[in-house]
Design a binder for this molecule. Structure first.
Ligand SMILES: Cc1cc2nc3c(=O)[nH]c(=O)nc-3n(C[C@H](O)[C@H](O)[C@H](O)COP(=O)(O)OP(=O)(O)OC[C@H]3O[C@@H](n4cnc5c(N)ncnc54)[C@H](O)[C@@H]3O)c2cc1C
Length: 431
């Protein structure tokens, strides 16, 4: 079988794989493969990016062409759908993207040293250290087996990385949220600035694990919206409740689906929420993006991690190939230099721990009441925590909120006791 040779192969052509391909030095021959038949078909993401991520993307793509909505407001809706608050900023704090077209554009503007192959599914890898190109990659393309030899391989293949699975030295994601999203033509009719607002729905018991979201977009020049639901993976079967969620929003006149149209698109995927993985590299391999667990465990935001880790990878892989034995161990420390992103992930794990303990509507409502009291500063803190390493903690823990905080803590404790009772009765052996 004919074997091609490349310096580097990226498995996966989404935010992580394509950002890396844009940043590797031009003297390297780079191959990027992806199993998708086309990159603008869909990307498993709502595609909301923060200001810092938009700026990073803008340094090498025309990202602004693919931003239909600039988001200045967040709307948070309590479990009863009656209580809600809106928090505004003057400048956009987040941007909605036409994600499939943005990713397509990133692939069309790749530099000349990069070859992209689609419908190409990575299947196996062998390493022979004696060879100049030590890594032999096997993949399937259009039903044909293909082989290439490379000096270095990158797993940018998402939360269920096959690259990680095939390498016993690397860690794999084990904790996930299951997310499901539907896209419709139509309008959001809730709040004063629906074209510039993203909405979080806290349904408490209805949606343990994460909640629902609604976000405006434009598809083929027409107003549209994305509507999603995410739950812990163990409750994946409950994602079918998304239809109940849609029906409730229609009944309450919060959305209007264009008459005579069905959803334009439905997609689902697993989001890693276990935090950055322990072992993400060996001598010939590096995991980046979701494959490395670089996703907010609470907010489930992974585009920033994909872009930042790819930019860092583009610095350290050449250093490694040029003989710096410590270069790959610089991966996480250098990611931390991007506005303390590793600290952000640690905080996200703490928030996740707390959120997972909340089991009833009343606990979610109690938390809602605390945050609603701070709605003026909420979004500012929220943006800060995403881009500037501030903290949501200080929205909740305020001297003026002490009674509400006690109420919340009490409900949280009751949820935890109830859960422990449930678990012990579940584990009782039948007599
Ligand atoms: C419903 C949902 C909504 C989300 N919304 C947001 C959001 O609004 N903002 C945000 O920041 N994050 C969001 N995320 C998370 C975000 O989408 C991911 O963190 C981000 O896409 C990770 O980028 P990546 O390049 O690492 O991996 P991915 O985007 O998962 O890309 C992996 C690529 O690898 C390819 N691939 C996989 N296996 C193989 C194989 N064996 N061979 C060849 N190719 C392969 C896939 O086809 C894919 O193109 C959301 C996730 C979901 C599921």
């Amino acid at each position: 079988m004919h074997q091609d040779h490349y310096d580097i192969i990226n498995i996966g052509a989404s935010f992580a794989g394509l950002t890396l391909a844009h940043h590797l030095p031009p003297h390297y021959r780079v191959l990027v493969i992806d199993k998708k038949p086309a990159l603008n078909y869909y990307v498993e993401s709502t595609g909301l990016v923060t200001q810092a991520t938009r700026d990073m993307l803008a340094s090498f793509t025309n990202v602004d062409r693919f931003i239909p909505n600039r988001i200045t407001t967040i709307g948070v809706v309590a479990p009863d759908y009656k209580k809600m608050f809106f928090s505004h900023t003057k400048e956009p704090w987040i941007y909605s993207t036409d994600t499939p077209e943005l990713v397509q554009h990133m692939s069309e503007t790749l530099p000349n040293n990069v070859t992209l192959q689609l419908r190409a599914t990575f299947s196996d890898v062998n390493v022979d250290r004696e060879q100049k190109y030590p890594v032999e990659i096997r993949y399937q393309q259009n039903g044909e087996q293909k082989l290439v030899r490379v000096r270095f391989m990158v797993g940018a293949d998402g939360s269920h990385s096959q690259v990680a699975k095939k390498n016993q030295h690397l860690s794999q994601n084990t904790k996930f949220l299951a997310g499901l999203e539907k896209v419709f033509f139509g309008d959001i009719t809730l709040g004063e600035h629906p074209k510039n607002t993203v909405y979080h729905f806290w349904f408490g018991a209805f949606s343990l694990g994460y909640g629902g979201w609604l976000s405006p977009t434009i598809v083929k020049g027409k107003p549209a919206f994305r509507l999603g639901l995410a739950k812990l993976k163990k409750d994946i079967k409950d994602l079918e409740k998304i239809n109940q969620f849609i029906a409730t929003l229609q009944e309450k006149n919060m959305i209007r689906i264009e008459q005579g149209t069905e959803e334009i698109l439905t997609f689902g995927s697993l989001i890693p929420i276990g935090g950055p993985l322990r072992n993400v590299s060996d001598k010939h391999t590096l995991l980046i993006g979701d494959a490395a667990g670089l996703c907010g465990a609470f907010a489930a935001d992974g585009i920033k991690g994909a872009v930042v880790s790819a930019k860092v990878a583009a610095e350290i892989i050449p250093e490694h190939l040029e003989g710096n034995a410590r270069a790959l161990s610089e991966f996480y420390p250098r990611i931390q230099t991007y506005k303390s992103l590793m600290t952000y992930y640690r905080k996200q794990q703490l928030y996740r721990l707390l959120w997972n303990k909340m089991k009833s509507n009343r606990t979610f409502e109690a938390l809602f009441d605390i945050i609603a009291r701070q709605k003026e500063s909420f979004l500012h803190q929220f943006c800060d925590s995403k881009d500037r390493n501030s903290s949501l903690f200080w929205v909740i823990v305020r001297p003026g909120s002490i009674l509400h905080l006690l109420k919340y803590s009490w409900f949280l404790l009751l949820d935890m006791i109830r859960q422990t009772k449930k678990e012990t009765s579940f584990h009782k052996k039948p007599i």
